[in-house]
Design a protein around this ligand. Structure first.
Ligand code: SF4
Length: 424
């Protein structure tokens, strides 16, 4: 039998939300789901291929937006209260029925659950907890569940939701309280950080117990995959340095797996619709910096910023560091340690490890050998010597371009219906 395409899958799954009335051939969708197909990316269901870890296997998560209705009025958000758009709402039992039907058909293996906040946050948290309780306790679902915590939750709710989830995420949006209220008047960074601390404490406790040998309870994972947090970049005047300082402070308390950055995009019919979009490359530079801090052994004070406090856009952050530190280059590939090699642009943790292993038994001869080990030689060669000889005289990063990314040559103003950061 042919596998249905994505739209056919979602249509079938949506039909399961309706009431199964006796005597009727098909389920009837309630009025609150009448517009489920008219809201594009803000529809209740989606199936999203994801990779587990940076090199892990690919799988599919079902992303469920419990409701796109919201009583908050965040200036950057397509779901804000004052924006005229069709609203939909799935009830916990409907949502669970749909998700389990997708799992049974092997269309997904895990759940990413997010929601707007229609009315009191405490009620929304109760609904999220009900979903996770139905899945874990009633249906014994032991797979991956990522849930987005809403602001304004009570401590007992935070603890219960974290106990049931594999991963909990929180949208901090901005690194400073006073810039946050300019774009999200109902949000409070101080309160969000208290919530984050409560989740993170529980994640750390659960991980410590596992380290001490307590077996993992798959029905009560307690956020063992670690938290994530998200910032909207460019909607406030906060610099990259301010954002990264906030993040490194939070990483120091452990329990946070990684950070998401969403480049601001002006959404039609919002107060920020005429503000310029943040260049996607700025988001990319923040992700790269986050990797340097988490996976490459860079210290926060080694990150290179421009005079305005932002990351240079023309070069990735590792190249910016390498150009600012000529005393470390060129680096001799036959003798450099793994820790030194991963600081070379174009050499990642895996290729650095391979170089160190291979050179114990093999004589490295040139760029082809490095390429075979995963080195991006177009970027790395100008920073390396092999047997004392430079592999390339001109560094890729110093070749002339026509314009710099920050010049935004040819850019024009686009307004969007949805921001890609809405569902991270
Ligand atoms: S960002 Fe969240 S809280 Fe703010 S309007 Fe959008 S859905 Fe509501």
């Amino acid at each position: 039998m042919r596998t249905p395409n994505l739209e056919a899958k979602l249509e079938l799954l949506m039909s399961l939300a309706g009431d199964d009335k006796e005597g009727l051939p098909t389920r009837q969708l309630p009025p609150r789901l009448r517009h489920a197909n008219d809201v594009g990316a803000l529809r209740p269901l989606n199936l999203r291929p994801v990779r587990i870890g940076s090199n892990g296997p690919r799988t599919t998560l079902m992303r469920i937006l419990m409701t796109n209705a919201c009583s908050f009025n965040c200036h950057y958000c397509p779901m804000r209260r004052d924006r005229d758009m069709p609203r939909t709402l799935l009830k916990p039992a409907e949502l669970v029925r749909i998700f389990l039907a997708a799992v049974e058909r092997e269309w997904c293996t895990g759940l990413f659950l997010t929601t707007g906040i229609p009315g009191r946050p405490v009620k929304v948290m109760d609904d999220l907890i009900e979903v996770l309780t139905l899945l874990r306790v009633n249906h014994r679902f032991a797979g991956y569940i990522h849930v987005k915590m809403v602001p304004g939750a009570e401590v007992a709710q935070i603890e219960r939701l974290t106990a049931l989830a594999t991963r909990v995420s929180m949208n901090l949006e901005a690194p400073c309280g006073d810039t946050l209220v300019r774009i999200a008047p109902e949000k409070n960074l101080g309160h969000a950080l208290v919530q984050l601390d409560r989740v993170r404490k529980q994640v750390n406790e659960r991980r410590n117990e596992e380290r001490e040998g307590r077996p993992r309870d798959l029905l009560l994972p307690g956020g063992t995959a670690g938290m994530t947090m998200q910032f909207v970049v460019g909607a406030t005047p906060d610099t990259d340095r301010t954002i990264m300082n906030r993040i490194t402070d939070l990483y120091a308390g452990r329990g946070i797996h990684h950070t998401h950055f969403a480049a601001f995009r002006p959404i039609r019919n919002t107060p920020l619709e005429n503000v310029r979009a943040t260049p996607a490359v700025r988001e990319q530079r923040l992700y790269q910096t986050d990797y340097l801090l988490r996976d490459y052994g860079f210290a926060p004070n080694e990150v290179v910023y421009d005079a305005d406090g932002n990351l240079p856009l023309a070069n990735d952050p590792k190249t910016s560091w390498a150009l600012a530190h000529p005393e470390h280059f060129p680096m001799e590939i036959r003798t450099a340690s793994r820790g030194q090699l991963i600081r070379v642009p174009g050499i990642g943790p895996a290729s650095a490890r391979r170089i160190v292993t291979e050179r114990m038994t093999t004589q490295l001869r040139g760029l082809a050998d490095l390429r075979a080990m995963g080195v991006v030689t177009t970027r790395a060669a100008g920073f390396l010597t092999l047997g004392g000889k430079r592999l390339q005289s001109v560094r890729w990063s110093e070749q002339l371009g026509f314009w710099r990314p920050e010049d935004e040559a040819g850019a024009y103003h686009i307004q969007y219906e949805v921001s890609p950061g809405t569902f991270r």
